[in-house]
Design a binder for this molecule. Structure first.
Ligand SMILES: *Cc1c(COP(=O)(O)O)cnc(C)c1O
Length: 392
């Protein structure tokens, strides 16, 4: 049976009414269901899923995900510390990022993390040097820039040649051969990450083709890798979250199962962020004022780009719902904006909503990923609170 049809999103009305706005509402039942579905889809396959901590580093969310059996993908030493505190195992951590500091590298070596995803030759030399000084061997994979356009927003495409991430394919072979000579480096494999909010399987299938030809080429030279990390990037349904509360994990993992020619004993790693936590979070705000100007009506919320910056930063669309208006059908057209002193502080232009009044409660959906963790204190705003509903 299609699992996605069973889940009907509903907010706990008492919690919504009794919590001071703005706040993040997390549906932990949906988070559990998401983790179960991931584990169900990879069952029996040599697949290991890491959670990209940068999508949401709320300690409660992290510990639920660690309990769900996922590893952690990190982009800073700070994330390593919160992930360790939340119960993730160091051996199941990979650490990406173009600018890892010496302190961050030492922290990873000290904890014997599963893998450093190395993005340049200078970084490789520093890791080897620091591991030598600490009397250890560091596990690494090379992050390869596969030059694949994931056709997503320009700021969230990471796998094309003109951006800063990874080692370009031409430079990979000498890098691999060099790494194999370094005494304090254990080369585990190759790492790829092509972008974010990818909703068709085509870019992932193209990635598989690229990886397959690289593996063939290395095998001809008798170079074998124990792991292949295909990154993250699976998207979610921002337009209709209630119809698709769970991303299409089946098609996603099937794409790799069918297209990627992984070898016996090779482990395939995934690093999903948004797909794990995106739908379980909602930003709840109150309407402070409804204001009419010459040809516009504005809904002014007590939440803004300081609580959820994605619309201002990436032109991102989130479904907006009025939780308290009478009568369900949309009959007003509003610009839904925040209180911050920036023109980009807009959640949605020309948004169709029921007639909305001061004091109404507004839900901004699918805000679990890159929401709370990107909140800022600009304008001396307070950090938004978070509530968790639905766990045992
Ligand atoms: C951000 C990031 C991810 C997660 O991306 P999502 O789109 O949230 O799945 C995975 N791997 C790396 C290296 C990243 O930087």
């Amino acid at each position: 049976m299609d699992k996605t049809l069973l889940y009907q999103h509903a907010f706990d009305k008492d919690v919504v009414r009794s919590t001071a706005t703005p706040f993040y509402y997390y549906d932990t039942a949906l988070l559990h269901e998401t983790l179960q579905e991931v584990n169900h889809q990879i069952h029996g396959l040599p697949f290991q899923v890491h959670y990209a901590v940068k999508a949401n580093n709320n300690p409660r969310i992290l510990s639920e995900i660690a309990k769900g059996g996922l590893g952690a993908d990190l982009v800073s030493g700070g994330e390593m510390e919160v992930a360790l505190a939340a119960g993730f195992k160091a051996q199941e951590m990979s650490f990406s990022g173009v600018g890892k500091s010496d302190q961050e590298i030492m922290l990873g070596i000290q904890h014997d993390i599963g893998c450093f995803n190395v993005e340049s030759i200078p970084e490789l030399e520093v890791i080897n040097q620091l591991a030598c000084e600490m009397g250890k061997t560091a596990n690494i994979a090379f992050r390869v820039n596969p030059d694949i356009d994931a056709h997503t927003h320009k700021y969230i495409t990471t796998g094309t040649a003109e951006n800063k991430f990874g080692i370009c394919i031409e430079a990979l072979e000498p890098a691999v051969k060099h790494a194999l000579t370094l005494p304090h480096i254990h080369l585990r494999g190759l790492h790829f990450h092509i972008g974010s909010q990818i909703t068709t399987m085509r870019p992932f299938a193209m990635l598989c083709d690229t990886i397959n030809s690289l593996l063939d080429k290395f095998e001809q030279q008798n170079i074998h890798f124990e792991s292949i990390n295909v990154g993250g990037g699976l998207g979610i349904d921002y337009t209709d979250p209630d119809s698709h509360p769970l991303p299409d994990f089946k098609s996603y993992f099937n794409t790799f199962k069918e297209k990627l020619h992984y070898r016996p004993n090779q482990l395939v790693h995934f690093e999903l962020g948004r797909a794990i936590v995106g739908e379980c979070g909602t930003l709840i705000a109150s309407v402070i004022y409804v204001k009419e100007s010459r040809n516009k009506k504005f809904i002014i919320l007590d939440a803004g780009m300081t609580e959820l910056i994605r619309p201002a930063l990436y032109d991102a669309h989130h479904l907006i719902q009025n939780l308290t208006a009478q009568g369900g059908e949309p009959c007003g057209v509003y610009d839904v904006v925040g209180p911050i002193c920036e023109s980009s502080d807009v959640f949605c232009r020309d948004c169709k909503l029921p007639i909305t009044r001061r004091g109404d409660l507004i839900a901004i959906r699918s805000a679990g990923a890159y929401g709370e963790c990107m909140s800022s204190r600009y304008n001396m705003r307070r950090q938004p609170a978070s509530v968790f509903v639905g766990s045992k």
